[in-house]
Design a binder for this molecule. Structure first.
Ligand SMILES: [Zn+2]
Length: 91
């Protein structure tokens, strides 16, 4: 029995888990079929590559959130934006 060591392991793995907890956007994508997930990844690329601003934008986080909500995946534009700016709990 090596109790002190397993205590340290438990504490460290908990920290590890907390800092790497995925955001709602990634969790939603994990529940999709592979085809759907690929389509969402393409949409994310389209958003990144869309050089328009304001109304000139074809692809935006609010567009993507609207499409996902319509298809039964409740996610807000600000959650998508946070994920795409790397300000969420993913990687
Ligand atoms: Zn994320």
């Amino acid at each position: 029995m090596d109790e002190p060591k397993s205590l340290i392991q438990d504490l460290e793995s908990r920290n590890h888990f907390d800092t790497r907890q995925k955001c709602a956007f990634t969790r939603i994508k994990e529940n999709m079929s592979e085809d759907e997930r690929e389509a969402v990844l393409k949409a994310e690329e389209s958003i990144i590559n869309d050089r328009g601003s304001g109304r000139a934008r074809t692809y935006s986080c609010s567009w993507l959130s609207g499409v996902l909500i319509k298809n039964g995946y409740p996610i807000s534009a600000s959650t998508i934006l946070r994920h795409m700016n790397g300000r969420c709990g993913c990687e």
